[in-house]
Design a protein around this ligand. Structure first.
Ligand code: CP
Length: 316
């Protein structure tokens, strides 16, 4: 694997899931693989899970790790080409990416959507520019439109907890007062479209995700109907794609409660975290026996290890 930016970079999903499960059983089995190599993890935005799990996974593989909050500590980076740099950006990505690529063998980047310009966000300019100018493999630590390391961890979690060959997986929108990106929901749909599951997506009208990501997923606007018989309920808030970045509803009746979970087939609850309790999901669900949120977050380490292992194999 040359880069890990989206599902399109994955040669074999089932092999990648197995690789994550193998890493979980034997974290240090490939410690020689990353010896004398360095990964740089660049964060333009906040993180808890992605930052620690990717650092841990890299260390398990013997990689040296540099973490930088570039959004906070670095020079402001200009991403557009051919502009007169007389604004607040002190450095161009052409130099910055090439310089970081000279120090690091792999670069991981987190850079969220602006939520103000859909066309620009969906072009993923930060990732395209680093891919063009760094000269080393790039890993997506969550971009404007995708969060593939989260999606791989989700696939591993579903594989571990499924009781049926083809479980019903329901992605449900949750209420939130702030506009949040579509990246996790997009990515989850993209990966579930290639997994052995029945995918259902439910949200209020006006929250349709891009059809490019929903793919074969069935959209049902009635949450109760969508949850019927679900084996996994994946909760997430996102802002409108159509009315880009807007909050059109924060209807509290979309919060996941035990009553909602009782519509499922003894379903498990998943969320990528972080989340606001009793606004998106009730305490009774998160603290109850059907919540997988901690197991899911723990699997971020093994997802990152599987992806990094594949990148290291591609560098040989
Ligand atoms: N799920 C996730 O990516 O968590 P962080 O934002 O804390 O990294």
């Amino acid at each position: 694997m040359k880069h890990f930016l989206s599902f399109q970079d994955v040669p074999d999903l089932s092999q990648l899931i197995t690789s994550g499960i193998v890493a979980k059983r034997n974290p240090f089995g490939d410690q020689e693989m990353g010896k004398n190599k360095t990964i740089g993890l660049l964060f333009f935005n906040s993180s808890l899970r992605t930052r620690i799990s990717t650092q841990k996974a890299a260390q398990n593989l013997g990689l040296n790790v540099i973490v930088m909050n570039v959004g906070q500590d670095g020079w402001g980076l200009e991403m557009e080409e051919g502009v007169i740099m007389n604004g607040d950006k002190a450095e161009h990505v052409k130099e910055a990416a090439a310089v970081i690529g000279s120090y690091c063998d792999i670069i991981g980047i987190r850079s969220f959507a602006s939520l103000s310009d859909r066309e620009k966000d969906y072009q993923e300019i930060v990732f395209q520019q680093f891919k063009k100018y760094a000269g080393v493999p790039i890993i997506n630590l969550e971009s404007a439109t995708r969060h593939p390391l989260q999606s791989l961890a989700d696939c591993i979690t579903i594989e571990e907890f499924k009781l049926k060959e083809r479980p019903k997986v329901v992605l449900t929108w949750l209420p939130h007062f702030k506009p949040l990106p579509q990246a996790v929901a997009n990515s989850f749909c993209e990966w579930m479209n290639h997994a052995e599951v029945e995918l259902v997506v439910t949200h209020p009208k006006g929250y349709d995700l891009s059809p490019d990501f929903v793919g074969k997923g069935q959209v049902i606007y009635d949450q109760d109907k969508a949850l019927e018989g679900a084996d996994f309920v994946y909760g997430k808030n996102w802002s409108s794609y159509e009315h880009y970045g807007q909050v059109l509803s924060s209807d509290p009746s979309w919060m996941i409660t035990n009553d909602k979970m009782s519509l499922t087939d003894n379903g498990k609850f998943m969320h990528c975290l972080p989340l606001r309790r009793n606004m998106k999901v009730a305490d009774e669900v998160l603290d109850g026996p059907h919540s997988l949120v901690i197991e899911q977050a723990a699997n971020r380490e093994w997802a990152a290890q599987a992806a990094l292992r594949e990148i290291l194999l591609g560098m040989k």
